[in-house]
Design a protein around this ligand. Sequence first.
Ligand code: C2E
Ligand code: MG
Ligand code: MG
Ligand code: MG
Length: 292
Amino acid sequence: AYAKRHGANMLVFYHDQMKSSYEEIMIETELYHAIEKEELTLYYQPLVSVHTREVMSVEALIRWSHSKMGFIPPDQFIPIAEENGFIRVLGDWIIEQVCKQLWQWDQEGFVMPKVSINLSYEQLKSDDFVSRVFTHLKTYNISGKRLAFEVTERILVEVSAETMQKVHAIREAGITLAVDDFGVGYSSLSYIERFPVDTIKLDKVFVNEIPIPDKKLAIIKAVFHLCELLNIQIVVEGIESIEQLNQIPIHLEASIQGYFFAKPQTASELMKNMNEIKQLVYLAASKLEERE
Ligand code: C2E
Ligand code: MG
Ligand code: MG
Ligand code: MG
């Protein structure tokens, strides 16, 4: 009767709303059990240096495979976990898993200098955040230098004095800080002056069109220049093809992350694929040198 009065479009709209909130509630309830049910896995995606021709680090990216709902992308459940506070538990678990993985790679003689971990503001705000991180590092005998934390611009704008202290404590332990998705947040650049930023990860929107439009190229150049002046490392995200790589006015010092070199993959896949990944790095390096 409701649909008849308001027309078919209204019904569709109403139904979609219900479906999305139902899914959200499902995700919210099921996520609480995901750790114990062993449905969560960390995938790792390399960040490569064309300059040194090496894999510099990997970024840990969480994957959730639910028995009934199937694969649920992080973009769908991380915001929910941030909203209800579960990210504190989940985030802590992620940091521990990464330390454990580094320890395991060390045991196996697999060289992995560093792992980068995405951090939510909610995590940083929790009182025991720093002590938990230090505990995990100690448990698995990992130096702080082997971790990087990625935060978004929004966090840096909202950061309080108390959070700032935590950031300094983390950096004193050798952990580096990266600004993720740089250039797409609604922030001002002033945080770069106040905040100890080690790395900027230029968002993939700047390279996702081929040919890269002139305006985007100008922005890329300006960001490279800014980073050079401020002695900040730069990572270009989202490189999927050699054409894209060839288009960017790349500094050889910049690191690259993207499907061209490797997709996010499990730790064991990564070990298996390492030689192939390195060959792609060599290929890219020789292409860029030709261009010089
Ligand atoms: P992000 O941190 O910016 O991660 C990069 C995203 O870009 C990843 O998506 C990655 O798979 C994707 N990507 C990498 N290379 C390419 C490429 O060449 N082309 C394209 N089109 N995409 C590429 P993913 O894994 O789905 O993660 C999405 C977002 O979810 C992440 O964005 C991050 O904000 C969040 N996230 C993932 N794992 C975690 C986590 O462990 N903790 C927290 N707090 N957030 C996470
Ligand atoms: Mg990231
Ligand atoms: Mg990113
Ligand atoms: Mg992102």
